[in-house]
Design a protein around this ligand. Structure first.
Ligand SMILES: [Zn+2]
Length: 155
């Protein structure tokens, strides 16, 4: 990734144009933007909305950079996601969710979630949204929480 320091990364991704450019390259490395639903490349770009419109005859013909990615339904802004990604990619010894939370000014719970999602994406080599993964996460949290609270299996 382009910025060399965390401070530079925060400044870089605070600019929506930089987020946009980065994510476009990430999703469409060959520069050919395609509709995430039908794959058509015949699109018009609505610059003021930062959305594309597909001419295919299917529902939801408009899409943004986030459509179909793990960032789509997140209440966390894209700049935070991308700084989090920068931290993961650049901290060779790993970054804890506590450190990430401090750097990004978000809760540790949010940082843990981002960290988990981004590592999964890096592992899978794709930032596409995985349906079903949300359920798995929540199931996992439900399994872990009682253990952490020391009340597993005991009534
Ligand atoms: Zn389409």
């Amino acid at each position: 990734m382009e910025p060399k320091t965390l401070q530079a990364a925060i400044v870089h991704f605070a600019n929506p144009d930089n987020c946009h450019r980065f994510l476009t390259e990430l999703r469409w490395p060959d520069g050919r933007v395609a509709c995430p639903i039908c794959g058509a490349e015949k699109l018009s770009y609505l610059a003021n909305q930062r959305r594309w419109k597909c001419y295919g005859s299917h529902p939801k013909p408009q899409f943004s950079l986030k459509t179909g990615t793990l960032f789509e339904d997140s209440p966390l802004s894209l700049d935070k996601w991308l700084v989090a990604l920068w931290l993961i990619v650049n901290c060779k010894n790993g970054i804890s969710s506590c450190e990430m939370a401090r750097h990004l000014g978000i809760t540790q719970k949010s940082a843990w979630f981002m960290n988990h999602r981004l590592r999964m994406a890096l592992h899978l080599g794709s930032f596409d949204k995985l349906t079903g993964e949300v359920e798995a996460d929540e199931t996992f949290i439900c399994v872990i929480r009682p253990i952490m609270n020391g009340d597993s299996g005991r009534t």
